[in-house]
Design a binder for this molecule. Structure first.
Ligand SMILES: Cc1ncc(C[n+]2csc(CCOP(=O)(O)OP(=O)(O)O)c2C)c(N)n1
Ligand SMILES: [Mg+2]
Length: 533
C-alpha cells in the first residue's frame, strides 16, 4: 500500500463516495488509487465546478465533499469552489497534488504556494507528509465537519503519494462540539417570545446543518411564530405551512420588510449574517438571536438578547417551553403571502421569467431538488419558488458565485439518484459553466438544464438602470435568437418560448436518459420592478 491508497481508504471510511476534479501528471498516483480503491473520480470541465460539486455533496451526504486539482492553475481554478464551501459552510476536503517534495518552493513550471492561496478560504491548509498521513487526514475530516463546517485544504506532493506506507487507516477523530447555550439564556429567550405580541422568526443557513431539522417546526408551532427564511434556508419547513411568510431580501423585498418591521420581536433561528446582514432590513425591531456563534451586527441593530450554542439543543429546549400566544391572525398572514406572490408576477403578454420559473415548479415533483445560480433569476426564484423539503433548494448565497447551479445539480443527482433534480440557471451562468453539460452526459444523468435566456447579465443591467449608469458591457447577445442548435457536446438542446412548452420539456427531460438543455427565451423586463423594488 502507498500513501495514495491510504488516503483513499481513509476518505472512503469517512463516507466519501466520489471526488470531483481535473487531473495532471501529478494527480495520476491518487487517481489510480481511487480507481483501485473504489472511490469514483468524476472528471469535470473546470476545477471551479469540481469545488461547487463537492460543496453540494457535503451538504447532501453528511460526509465532506471531495475535490481534486493539480498545482498552480488547477489550484487557483479550484479556489472559486472552495471559497463557496467556506462562506456557505459546507464540509469539504480540497486536495491539490503537487510537485515532488524536493521541488516545492523552487522556480518550476506551475508552482505557487498553495497554502498561501487557500489560507483565507479554508479552515486549515495542511501538508500531507510521510508517516503522518493518517493523523493529518483524521484531523482534516473532523475539522471540516466541526461547526461552523467548512473546507480544509490538503497538499499532496507526488513522491508522498507514491511512497509505501504501513500506516493503518486512522480512527475518526472527535469533532469539536458546540456547547449548549446556558439554561438562563434559553429561559430569557423563552420570556421574550412569550411577551411578544407580534414576533416573527427568521430561519437562516446555520439551520441547514441541524441534526434534527424537525425541531424548527416544533419551535414554530409551539409558539405560533410566523416564520420567514433566508434564501438558503428555504424548505427547512414546508413553505405551504400556514405560518410561512416566504423569503426575505429577495425580489419584492419591500413587501417583506414592511411586515418584518411591523413585528415587535425578530427571532433569528440559526440566522447567519453571511447571507444578509440584519441592519439591511430589521429597522428598529428588537432582535432575539439563537445561533451557534455570537451575532455580527451594526451598532444600529437593537439586540434584545442572544442565546449562543448548539442549535439542536437550543431549539429542543425552546420547543419544550410552555406554549406562548401572540396577536397574529391567520387571515392577515395568508393575505400577506398572497399579495407577495401576486406582486412577483406582474402581468405581461410575453413569456416572462416569472412564468418560466412557475412552469419549472409545476414540472418538478414536490420532493424534487432545484439547483440554481446567481443573477437576477436568483432573486426571482428565491421569492417565487415554493420549497417543500430540507435540502431541496440548492444555491450559494454566502459566496454568491456564478457557476454554482450546474455542477450543484450534477452533484445532487449523483448524491440522490432516486430524486428528480432540475438545474435552472441564467444565460450568463450557462456561458460560464456550459462545459459541465458534457459531464452530465458522460454520467448519463437525467437532468433538465433550463437556461433562462434573457440575453443579459440581467442583475447587473438592473443595477446599471437603478444607479443611472448607461447600459454597457452587460449584454450577452444583441441578435435575435434563431432555434437553438440540436445539441451542445452531444446533449440534446431544445428551445422553448412559452410556459406550456417549457413545462412539457422539463417533464420529458426528467424521464430521459441523460441531460437535456432547455433554452427558455424569456422576457425579463419585470426584474427592474420585482428584483430591486
Ligand atoms: C464569479 C462571479 N462573477 C461575477 C458575479 C457578479 N454577477 C452576479 S449576477 C451576474 C449576472 C448573471 O447573469 P445571468 O446568469 O444571465 O443571470 P441573470 O442576472 O440574467 O438572471 C453577475 C455578473 C458573481 N456573482 N460571480
Ligand atoms: Mg441573463
Amino acid at each position: 500500500m502507498n500513501n495514495a491508497d491510504l488516503i483513499v481508504a481513509t476518505l472512503k471510511a469517512a463516507g466519501i463516495r466520489r471526488g470531483f476534479g481535473i487531473p495532471s501528471g501529478n494527480v495520476l498516483p491518487l487517481m489510480d488509487a481511487m480507481r483501485r480503491g473504489g472511490l469514483d473520480f468524476v472528471l469535470t470541465a473546470h476545477e471551479g465546478s469540481a469545488g461547487f460539486a463537492a460543496d453540494v455533496s457535503g451538504r447532501l451526504t453528511g460526509a465532506p465533499g471531495l475535490c481534486i486539482a493539480t498545482l498552480g492553475p488547477g489550484a487557483t481554478n479550484l479556489a472559486t469552489g472552495v471559497g463557496c464551501a467556506f462562506l456557505d459552510r459546507s464540509p469539504l476536503i480540497a486536495l491539490t497534488c503537487d510537485l515532488n517534495t524536493d521541488q516545492i518552493g523552487r522556480r518550476i513550471q506551475m508552482w505557487i504556494d498553495h497554502h498561501a492561496l487557500f489560507k483565507p478560504i479554508t479552515k486549515a491548509t495542511l501538508r500531507l507528509e510521510r508517516g503522518r498521513i493518517g493523523e493529518t487526514l483524521a484531523h482534516a475530516l473532523a475539522l471540516a465537519l466541526s461547526e461552523p463546517m467548512g473546507p480544509v485544504h490538503l497538499d499532496l506532493p507526488e513522491d508522498v503519494a507514491l511512497a509505501p506506507t504501513n500506516e493503518a487507516v486512522p480512527a475518526a477523530a472527535p469533532r469539536a462540539t458546540v456547547a449548549p447555550a446556558p439554561d438562563a439564556a434559553i429561559a430569557r429567550a423563552g420570556e421574550l417570545i412569550a411577551a411578544a405580541k407580534r414576533p416573527i422568526a427568521v430561519i437562516g443557513s446555520s439551520a441547514m446543518r441541524l441534526a434534527d431539522p424537525s425541531l424548527l417546526l416544533q419551535v414554530i408551532e409551539r409558539h405560533g411564530l410566523p416564520f420567514a427564511t433566508t434564501t438558503m434556508a428555504k424548505g427547512l419547513i414546508d413553505e405551504d405551512h400556514p405560518l410561512a411568510l416566504g423569503v426575505i431580501e429577495r425580489a419584492c423585498r419591500q413587501h417583506q420588510r414592511r411586515l418584518l418591521r411591523s413585528a415587535d420581536l425578530i427571532v433569528g433561528l440559526g440566522y447567519d449574517t453571511i447571507e444578509v446582514e440584519y441592519e439591511a432590513w430589521i429597522g428598529d425591531v428588537p432582535l432575539l438571536q439563537v445561533d451557534i456563534e455570537p451575532v455580527d451586527i451594526a451598532p444600529s441593530v437593537k439586540l434584545a438578547h442572544q442565546a449562543t450554542g448548539n442549535l439542536d439543543a437550543s431549539l429542543a429546549r425552546l420547543a419544550a417551553l410552555p406554549t406562548s400566544r401572540n396577536s397574529w391572525a391567520a387571515a392577515a398572514l395568508a393575505e400577506h403571502r398572497q399579495q407577495f406572490q401576486s406582486m412577483l408576477r406582474p402581468p405581461s403578454s410575453s413569456f416572462t421569467a416569472h412564468a418560466a420559473i412557475d412552469a419549472v415548479r409545476r414540472a418538478l415533483p414536490r420532493e424534487g431538488i432545484l439547483s440554481f445560480d446567481v443573477g437576477a433569476h436568483t432573486h426571482q426564484i428565491a421569492s417565487q419558488w415554493s420549497a417543500h423539503a430540507a435540502k431541496s433548494f440548492l444555491i450559494t448565497n454566502g459566496w454568491s458565485s456564478m457557476g454554482f447551479g450546474l455542477p450543484g445539480a450534477i452533484a445532487a443527482k449523483l448524491a440522490c439518484p432516486e430524486l428528480p433534480v432540475v438545474c435552472l440557471i441564467g444565460d450568463g451562468c450557462f456561458q460560464m459553466t456550459c462545459g459541465e453539460v458534457a459531464v452530465a452526459k458522460r454520467l448519463r444523468l437525467a437532468l433538465p438544464i433550463v437556461v433562462l435566456d434573457d440575453k443579459w447579465l440581467a442583475l447587473i443591467k438592473v443595477k446599471q438602470i437603478r444607479r443611472q449608469f448607461p447600459l454597457y458591457g452587460t449584454a450577452l447577445q444583441e441578435e435575435e435568437y434563431r432555434e437553438p442548435p440540436a445539441h451542445y457536446f452531444g446533449v440534446p438542446a431544445v428551445g422553448v418560448r412559452a410556459a406550456d412548452a417549457l413545462e412539457a420539456a422539463v417533464r420529458k427531460a426528467l424521464a430521459a436518459i441523460g441531460p437535456t438543455v432547455i433554452e427558455a427565451v424569456v422576457d425579463s423586463e419585470h426584474y427592474v420592478d420585482t428584483v430591486y423594488d
